[in-house]
Design a protein around this ligand. Structure first.
Ligand SMILES: Nc1ncnc2c1ncn2[C@@H]1O[C@H](COP(=O)(O)OP(=O)(O)O)[C@@H](O)[C@H]1O
Ligand SMILES: [Mg+2]
Length: 334
């Protein structure tokens, strides 16, 4: 008798705190899971990578957890995997997009999705030159962002200049800074749309009342009865608060048939982003501006339980559907 055997799943990761929900969901689908930590290692182009399916879970904020080589090593690792024809979920294309907000903006625009005006600048002179082209408030971000890195609000170029001259200015990896039109949202939340395997999974609102750090991961939201005020102290002018408390995430009425969601789905399909959390903010005129595509998206379990959708289970089920079972002859004891 022939019994299908599922391929082994290799998870490329950097932050162990984000792994258990994925690992458990994959195990529930019957996968054998191997974790591959990426920060130091070797890549031998002549050696074929282990058989199986690979999932890329490398975050652009790895360097903030002391893993300063992760992104560069992952880039080479993914190239090696794909050169050898390995199936990689959120492969190199998705990875490069996640590592650059400039590229995200280009891709979003290519798909006819409205974005805040965005400029990349490297170097003081160019930062100030870019700042002078904004006729209203703008925010700065690291091009290789995540967890609100480098996010700061400025009214004008003069304010930015003062900040550049002060202590503590950090332009982030490659000194690539993004300057972006600030969208002043009358409703204090942003919306995040979760897509897995070209399907809408759910949409949620993240409150921006306490700051602009909105990672929904349970690892970033460990206080079941916490309050937003208990979050980390916020440096003046900074829009970053983490960890945040619950109550910050709530269900969104946005549904699959929303035209913007349909555009997101097309974008994910065409750009080969199999797992994504895409964020937008709405201005006073109701225009929706999309500004962030997260491939290493995490799901908040409290919200998931409330709406009856477990994001990581959806991911694991998608992987189960998409991978071709390896067929092996097995002798069944009679
Ligand atoms: N252009 C913008 N206008 C207003 N608020 C923004 C804008 N861009 C980002 N934000 C706020 O800052 C948060 C973090 O920005 P984001 O680009 O998602 O960075 P990260 O990759 O660090 O999550 C957003 O969730 C949102 O609340
Ligand atoms: Mg974001």
């Amino acid at each position: 008798m022939i019994r299908p055997v599922l391929p082994q799943i290799h998870v490329l990761y950097e932050n162990p705190a984000w792994i258990p929900p994925l690992q458990e969901a994959l195990a529930r689908e019957g996968f054998r899971v191997r974790l591959v930590h990426v920060n130091e290692g070797l890549v031998d182009p002549s050696a074929p990578p282990p058989e199986g399916v690979w999932i890329n879970r490398i975050s652009p904020s790895s360097h903030t957890r002391g893993h300063v080589h992760t992104v560069e090593l992952a880039r080479q690792f993914l190239y090696w995997l794909e050169s050898h024809g390995r199936r990689v979920i959120n492969g190199l294309g998705a990875f490069e997009l996640e590592m650059s907000k400039l590229r995200q903006d280009l891709v979003l625009r290519r798909h006819g999705i409205r974005t805040p005006r965005t400029v990349l600048a490297v170097g003081r002179k160019h930062l100030l030159q870019a700042a002078a082209t904004f006729d209203g408030p703008f925010i700065t971000k690291h091009d290789q962002g995540g967890k609100g890195l480098g996010i700061r609000l400025f009214r004008d170029a003069r304010e930015l200049e003062q900040h550049l001259d002060g202590d503590g200015f950090d332009a982030g990896p490659g000194a690539r800074m993004i300057l972006q039109q600030y969208i002043d949202a009358p409703e204090r939340f942003i919306t995040r749309v979760e897509i897995v395997g070209g399907r809408f999974v759910f949409a949620m609102r993240s409150s921006t009342a306490g700051g602009f750090e909105l990672c929904p991961s349970d690892a970033c939201n460990p206080m079941p009865s916490g309050k937003a005020e208990e979050a980390d102290e916020v440096e003046e002018g900074t829009l970053h608060v983490c960890p945040t408390g619950p109550g910050l995430f709530s269900p969104s009425p946005v549904a699959e048939d929303d035209p913007l969601v349909q555009r997101y789905i097309r974008l994910c399909n065409e750009e080969k982003i199999e797992i994504a959390g895409i964020e937008y903010v709405r201005d006073a005129w109701g225009h929706r501006y999309t500004y962030d595509i997260n491939g290493t998206t995490n799901y908040n379990q409290t919200l998931g339980a409330r709406i009856g959708v477990d994001g990581m289970s959806e991911v694991a089920r998608y992987i189960r559907r998409t991978v071709t079972p390896v067929r092996r002859r097995r002798r069944i004891a009679s």
